[in-house]
Design a protein around this ligand. Structure first.
Ligand SMILES: O=C(O)CCC(=O)C(=O)O
Ligand SMILES: [Fe+2]
Length: 771
C-alpha cells in the first residue's frame, strides 16, 4: 500500500492569506497596523508549521491508512449476512454474486434529503443490522476496538473503549465503475467525529479505487489495491474532511464502514508537552493585548478575537473534547495562556458562523448575511448570559478570513447564485474584559449583570462598571442605538449607569458619563446604523435630569460643575425641559446655587440665539449675489456679485458657442442659485464673430434670502415661547450671576450661523463657579 502525500504548506498559505488581506487596505492606520501585526504573530504561534508537523507525528494527522497485521491478533475468517448466510474471506466469485443479490444501491445525503444517483455514488450496501460475526464473537468489541484505539492515537487522541466506540454502519460493495465523488460524511450520530473503512479481501481483488482525503490544503491519496486479495487494511479520517473514492477499474472491493464516536477523549499526553513548550510563543504574541486589557482599555485591540478552526463542526455536538485534530491543540494553547501572575487570562468560547451570499447576477442586487450560533464555553469562566446575542466583526476581529475557500453549499437558478459557508471559530477575550464583551451582546444585559454584582457586593464590580463606561465611550451609537432610532426621548442606559456610580461612589466614571452625554457622536458610515449621521445623548428626559441631580448631590457641585454647565449648553436648545427639570430638582433638594446656574445657563443659550436672530433684519432688495461662483469667468463672476442687473458677454466662437455657454451656466430651467450662489438667464444673440450672450439676473437669490429670513423669524417666535415656558418651570430664586463662567462663549455664539448654536467648551479650562 502506498500513500502519496501531496503535502502543501498549509500554514504558509494561512500567513500569505493574512498578509494579502491586509495589504489590499492601504494605507493602514496605526491602530489597524498594530492589531494586524498581532494577528500575524498569533497565527504563527498557534498553528503548527508544516515542517514541524512532519517531525512530530505524535501531534496527529487527519487521515491514515494501515494494513492490519495478524500479529496484532486480527482474525476474521468469515462473516454472516442475513438472507445469505456465512460468507468466507477472501470472498469468492460465487459468494460475491450471493452477496450482491441482497445489496441495495447506496444513497448519499444532500442537505436534509437522501438521494440515489449513480453519477455521484455507485456502490452497493447492506445495512449493519444484517451483518454479524458468529465465528469471532468478540470481533466488534475487541478486534475492531483494538484497531481503533491504535488508529486514533495517530490522530492525536487517547481513548479507551469507555470513551471511544466504533459503530458498524454499513457493508459496502463495489464493482467495476463503482465510486463515490467528493463529499464530507454527515455526522450520523451524536459524538461521531471520524469514519473508519475496513477493507476485507476478495478473490478477485480490484484495481483503481484510490481513496483521496483532503484537509486544509493537504491531500492524501491512499491506494490499498495491493492488499485487496490477501489481507485487511483500514483507513480512518475525520468525518468533516472532503474525500472521494476514485473509480474501481476491475474486480470487487468489499469494506465495512464504521462511525467512530467519542464520549470524552483526552488529548494525547505528548500533546500536553508540545503545548507547554509552545504556549510561551502565544503569550508573547498576545503581550500588547494583555497590557491594554490590564488597563481595561479596548482602544487598539478591541475586546475579543476570533480564531477560525480548520475542521467543520455541526450544531449541538460541542464540547472541548469534541474538537478535532489540530483544533484541539489550538484551543488548549489558548486556554493555557497565562498573565504575569501566572493566572489563565483568556476566556475561550466556540461558535459556528454561517455566511449566506446571494447574487442576483444583474450586478444590482447582492446580499450577505452572517449568523452566529452555538456559542459554547470551553473553559471554566463564569457563564455569560446573553452570549447568544454576540457576533464577531469578521473584518476586525478574526485573525484570518475563514471564508476564503469554497462554499459548503451552492444553488444556481439562471444567473442567480446562492452560497452558504459554514465555519467554526474559537472566540477569546481577556477575562478582565468580560463586561466589555457582555456590552457587545447588549448594554442592558451587561447592566443587569452589574446590578446584581452590586447587590451581592462582588469585588470586581467597579472594574465592570469601568468597562461598561469604556464600552459606551467607544460604541456610543450601539449603546444608545435603539433609543436613538426608535424612541428618542427614552434612555434606559444613562440613569442605570449613573446610579451605579452613585451607589459605589465612583466619581471618575460619573464624570466620564457626563462628558459623554455632552459629546456629539458619529455613526459609522457603514453597516445598519446609518439612520442619522451624528447625535448627542444629552439629557433626554426628567428621569435622567433627576439622576444627574442626585449625582451632583453625592459628588458635590464643585467637582461636577464644569461638566454639567457644558452639558447644559450642549443640549439646552433641543432638551430645554429636562434642563429646566435639572435646575428645579437641584433647587428642591437645596442645592439652590447650582440650580440657578443650570437654569440661567439654559436660558442664556436661548437668549443668545434669540438676540442673534432678532438682529437679522428682513433683507432689502438688491441685485448683489455675493456668493456667486463661476470658475473660469472672473469678469462675469464679479458682475454677478456686483449691483448691475445685466451683462453682455462676448465670448467669441460664434452663435453656437454662445448658445452652449448660456445653456451650461445660465439656463432658466436649471436653477443654479443653490449650488453656485447666483441666478441669471443667458440669452444668446447676434451672429458670426459678433455673437454674444445677454446675462440677465433674476430675483431668485434674493427670494431665497427672504425665505431663510422667514424661517428664522418663525424659529425666533418658537424660541421665545419656549423660553417663557422654561422660565415658568423653574421656581424663582435670587439670581446668581453666572456671567463669570458663561460670557466667554456667549459672545462667540452670537457670531455663529443661524441654524444652531454650537457651544464648544473646553471643560478643563473653564473656571469653576465660585458661588
Ligand atoms: O469506500 C470507501 O472507501 C469510502 C466510502 C465513503 O466515503 C462513504 O461511504 O462515505
Ligand atoms: Fe464518505
Amino acid at each position: 500500500m502506498t500513500c502519496f502525500h501531496e503535502h502543501q504548506a498549509s500554514l504558509i498559505c494561512m500567513y500569505m492569506h493574512c498578509m494579502c488581506r491586509y495589504k489590499s487596505k492601504a494605507p493602514m492606520e496605526g491602530v489597524e497596523t498594530q492589531r494586524q501585526q498581532l494577528f500575524i504573530d498569533l497565527a504563527k504561534a498557534l498553528w503548527i508549521p508544516s515542517d514541524e508537523k512532519k517531525q512530530k507525528p505524535s501531534l496527529g494527522t487527519f487521515a491514515l491508512c494501515e494494513t492490519v497485521k495478524y500479529s496484532d491478533g486480527f482474525i476474521l475468517p468469515s462473516f454472516h449476512v442475513e438472507g445469505v448466510g456465512e460468507l468466507r474471506l477472501p470472498l469468492c466469485a460465487e459468494d460475491s454474486a450471493k452477496l450482491r443479490s441482497v445489496c441495495e444501491q447506496a444513497p448519499f445525503g444532500k442537505g436534509s434529503a437522501t438521494l440515489v444517483d449513480t453519477r455521484v455514488r455507485r456502490c452497493w450496501q447492506v445495512d449493519a443490522s444484517k451483518i454479524s460475526f458468529p465465528g469471532v464473537p468478540e470481533f466488534l468489541s475487541k478486534t475492531v476496538q483494538g484497531l481503533v484505539t491504535k488508529a486514533v492515537a495517530s490522530m492525536g487522541l487517547v481513548g479507551d473503549s469507555a470513551q471511544l466506540e466504533a459503530h458498524l454502519y454499513k457493508l459496502l460493495f463495489y464493482e467495476p465503475g463503482g465510486h463515490f465523488s467528493v463529499h464530507r460524511d454527515t455526522e450520523k450520530e451524536k459524538g461521531m467525529f471520524a469514519t473508519l473503512i475496513l477493507q476485507l479481501p476478495t478473490d478477485e481483488g480490484y484495481t483503481g479505487g484510490k481513496l483521496v482525503v483532503k484537509h486544509h490544503n493537504e491531500t492524501k491519496k491512499f491506494d490499498a489495491h495491493m492488499v485487496s486479495t490477501l489481507g485487511f487494511c483500514y483507513t480512518v479520517f475525520f468525518a468533516d474532511c472532503l474525500h472521494e473514492l476514485e473509480e474501481i477499474e476491475t474486480g470487487t472491493r468489499l469494506c465495512l464502514a464504521f462511525n467512530l464516536v467519542k464520549r470524552d477523549c483526552s488529548l494525547d499526553p505528548r500533546h500536553m508537552e508540545y503545548i507547554s513548550n509552545r504556549v510561551g510563543k502565544v503569550e508573547t504574541a498576545f503581550q500588547l493585548w494583555m497590557e491594554e486589557a490590564s488597563q481595561r482599555k479596548i482602544d487598539v485591540f478591541g475586546a475579543k478575537m476570533a480564531i477560525p478552526l480548520q475542521h467543520k463542526y455541526t450544531e449541538g455536538n460541542l464540547s472541548f473534547s469534541g474538537l478535532k485534530g489540530e483544533d484541539s491543540v489550538v484551543a488548549e494553547l489558548l486556554k493555557e495562556c497565562r498573565d504575569q501572575n501566572g493566572e489563565k487570562w483568556l476566556s475561550v468560547h466556540f461558535c459556528l458562523v454561517t455566511k449566506y451570499l446571494l447574487d442576483e447576477g444583474d450586478e444590482c442586487y447582492t446580499e450577505e448575511t452572517l449568523e452566529f450560533k452555538n456559542w459554547t464555553q470551553l473553559d471554566d469562566s463564569p457563564p455569560f448570559e446573553a452570549i447568544e446575542k454576540l457576533s464577531v466583526d469578521m473584518e476586525k476581529e478574526t485573525i484570518i478570513d475563514p471564508f476564503n475557500d469554497e462554499p459548503d453549499d451552492e444553488e444556481y437558478a439562471g444567473a442567480r447564485v446562492e452560497q452558504w459557508y459554514h465555519r467554526a471559530m474559537l472566540v477569546v477575550w481577556p477575562k478582565l474584559l468580560s463586561m466589555a464583551v457582555a456590552c457587545e451582546a447588549g448594554v442592558s444585559g451587561a447592566l443587569d449583570q452589574l446590578e446584581s454584582d452590586v447587590e451581592t457586593g462582588h469585588p470586581s464590580f467597579k472594574d465592570g462598571l469601568h468597562q461598561i463606561v469604556s464600552y459606551c465611550e467607544n460604541h456610543a451609537p450601539q449603546a444608545w442605538h435603539d433609543v436613538q432610532v426608535y424612541k428618542p426621548i427614552q434612555d434606559p442606559v444613562t440613569p442605570r449607569l449613573l446610579n451605579l456610580c452613585i451607589k459605589s461612589s465612583v466619581l471618575e466614571d460619573a464624570m466620564r458619563i457626563l462628558q459623554l452625554l455632552a459629546k456629539t457622536v458619529c455613526y459609522e458610515t457603514s453597516g445598519s446604523l446609518r439612520h442619522e449621521a451624528s447625535f448627542k445623548v444629552g439629557l433626554r428626559n426628567f428621569e435622567v435630569a433627576n439622576v444627574v441631580s442626585s449625582a451632583i448631590q453625592v459628588f458635590g457641585w464643585d467637582s461636577l460643575s464644569p461638566l454639567i454647565t457644558s452639558l447644559v449648553k450642549e443640549c439646552a436648545l433641543t432638551q430645554g425641559e429636562p434642563c429646566a427639570q435639572l435646575a428645579k430638582q437641584l433647587i428642591s433638594i437645596g442645592i439652590e446655587d447650582a440650580g440657578v446656574i443650570v437654569a440661567e445657563t439654559t436660558f442664556k443659550v436661548f437668549e443668545s440665539l434669540i438676540t442673534d436672530l432678532e438682529s437679522h433684519k428682513m433683507p432689502e432688495f438688491s441685485w448683489h449675489q455675493p456668493k456667486a461662483k463661476l470658475p473660469g469667468y472672473p469678469g462675469i463672476e464679479s458682475f454677478l456679485r456686483g449691483p448691475l442687473e445685466k451683462y453682455v458677454y462676448k465670448g467669441g466662437g460664434g452663435l453656437p458657442a454662445m448658445r452652449a455657454f448660456g445653456e451650461k451656466h445660465f439656463c432658466q430651467w436649471r436653477d443654479r442659485s443653490i449650488n453656485y450662489g447666483y441666478s441669471a438667464i443667458g440669452t444668446p444673440d447676434g451672429r458670426g464673430q459678433g455673437a454674444f450672450c445677454v446675462i440677465q439676473k433674476t430675483r431668485r437669490v434674493y427670494e431665497r434670502r427672504v425665505d431663510i429670513w422667514r424661517v428664522e423669524q418663525a424659529r425666533l417666535n418658537r424660541l421665545k415661547l419656549e423660553l417663557e415656558k422654561l422660565r415658568s418651570l423653574v421656581p424663582r430664586t435670587n439670581p446668581v450671576n453666572p456671567t463669570s463662567f458663561f460670557s466667554a462663549s456667549a459672545s462667540g455664539e452670537r457670531k455663529r450661523g443661524r441654524e444652531d448654536v454650537e457651544v464648544t467648551t473646553n471643560t478643563e479650562k473653564r473656571p469653576r463657579s465660585s458661588s
